[in-house]
Design a protein. Structure first.
Length: 158
């Protein structure tokens, strides 16, 4: 993986999500068409902590999976932007501008550790399969080197 930095302005220029649902703060590494690394700073002032759970705030697992999915969407967009001539053989990606990738399926989802305010949620996504409109990735989330979640995720481009 190539260590690189894409800050929030790059993320906002690509992702349609906005507060409170944008769950990627920075891209820290990219190997186009192979993998991406990113993180999210988890802070107490996020709205879900008011009810999940009062007195013992824990980031909901579905939001961890969503953060990994947003990282995967960034992976495809940044790979296409920075290595358009390296798209895998047999794949013809349409223009991504104005399009949205939606979850189509999850496999092998496991949660291993709670994520709490003050944590930095590090995510890594690796490409498993790429089609013109369907993508499958393996995603892992960690905090301080300890695995918090993992999943194989399929997305469909609308």
């Amino acid at each position: 993986m190539i260590e690189t930095q894409f800050d929030i302005s790059t993320i906002l220029s690509i992702m349609p999500h906005r507060y409170p649902f944008l769950l990627v703060d920075r891209i820290t590494g990219l190997d186009p068409w192979k993998s991406i690394a990113a993180y999210k700073n988890v802070t107490f002032n996020e709205p879900h902590f008011q009810g999940h759970f009062p007195g013992q705030p824990v980031m909901p697992g579905v939001l961890i999976v969503e953060a990994m999915g947003q990282t995967a969407a960034m992976f495809i967009a940044l790979s296409l932007k920075h290595a358009p001539d390296a798209v895998p053989d047999g794949v013809s990606l349409p223009e991504l501008e104005g399009r949205v990738a939606f979850f189509a399926g999850f496999d092998k989802v496991k949660f291993r550790r709670q994520v709490i305010p003050g944590d930095r949620l590090d995510m890594e996504v690796k490409l498993l399969r790429l089609g013109s409109r369907i993508w499958k990735v393996a995603a892992t989330a960690t905090v301080d080197g300890q695995k918090t979640a993992e999943a194989e995720m399929t997305a469909a481009l609308s």
